[in-house]
Write a protein that binds this ligand. Structure first.
Ligand SMILES: C[S@@+](CC[C@H](N)C(=O)[O-])C[C@H]1O[C@@H](n2cnc3c(N)ncnc32)[C@H](O)[C@@H]1O
Length: 246
């Protein structure tokens, strides 16, 4: 088997967390779930979830992303399990029936939408009572640290002091979060947050030569897994994965 090298593209912590949420979303842990991937983009995660046997609806405003998703789904032979719907988080309630989803994935979306609170309220309405939310948000302290480590001190200072924790005018994200702000937003929408994990705590800062060294990827995975639930290291994580229940 080919040796795994370099920085992992998908966080193992995140994928393990998503699988736990899928299992917890009903009485029979192995049953197929009805999943919505809000802002699911080109469907990297949707296809992995569908490959486990679940039905996934990807909602995204980008026609290009959805075209790529459809190609990817067809190549994987999963077109019968993945449906794409072009639309915005704000109009989710008019796109999908209320209470229709067992699990709703919302990864990397609250950072870019006009109104994150409205997006989460729509997500809440789309889930059935007892359904699970998988919420992934970019965390601002990691951005400050990354800019300092890269020697980009003006951007670090901007990210630290800006209300939305953007590093500057060309930052592609409109805002970043931390544990308190993400939890507060989810709870204000009606969710109960059951777990918060840190993902990509070290993978963005480890030197490439180290990650590519013999056993580097395996050691990094082990470090990430142990850091994910460390209260002390949570603030350093590049992303936070919130598990929540409707
Ligand atoms: C950073 S990408 C994340 C993609 C995917 N969820 C992932 O984790 O790889 C952000 C996605 O949000 C989508 N998006 C942007 N504005 C949106 C909105 N108002 N409602 C829903 N999705 C939106 C974009 O088209 C893009 O696919």
């Amino acid at each position: 088997m080919a040796k795994e090298r370099g920085r992992p593209r998908t966080s193992t912590v995140l994928w393990d967390g998503v699988q736990r949420l899928l299992a917890e979303a009903g009485d029979d842990a192995g049953a197929a779930r009805s999943v919505v991937d809000l802002g699911g983009g080109t469907g990297g995660l949707a296809v992995r979830v569908a490959a486990l046997g679940h039905r996934v609806v990807v909602v995204d405003p980008s026609p290009d992303a959805l075209a790529a998703l459809e190609r990817r789904t067809a190549e994987a032979g999963l077109s019968d399990r993945v449906r794409s719907v072009q639309g915005d988080a704000a109009e989710l309630s008019s796109l999908l029936p209320a209470g229709s989803a067992d699990v709703l994935l919302c990864h990397g979306v609250l950072e870019v939408v006009d109104d994150p609170a409205a997006a989460l309220r729509a997500a809440h309405a789309t889930l059935r009572p007892g359904g699970r939310l998988s919420l992934l948000v970019a965390q601002w302290p990691a951005t400050v640290l990354a800019r300092v480590l890269a020697g980009q001190l003006p951007q670090a200072l901007h990210a630290l002091s800006d209300a939305g924790h953007r590093w500057g005018g060309t930052d592609p994200l409109r805002r970043r979060f931390d544990r308190a702000s993400a939890t507060e937003l989810a709870e204000a929408a009606g969710f109960t947050v059951t777990e918060v994990e840190g993902t990509r705590t070290f993978s963005e800062m480890v030197p490439a030569t180290c990650a590519e060294a013999e056993d580097g990827a395996a050691l990094l995975r082990e470090l990430e897994a142990r850091a994910a639930r460390s209260p002390e290291l949570l603030a350093l994580a590049g992303h936070l994965h919130l598990h929540a229940r409707r």
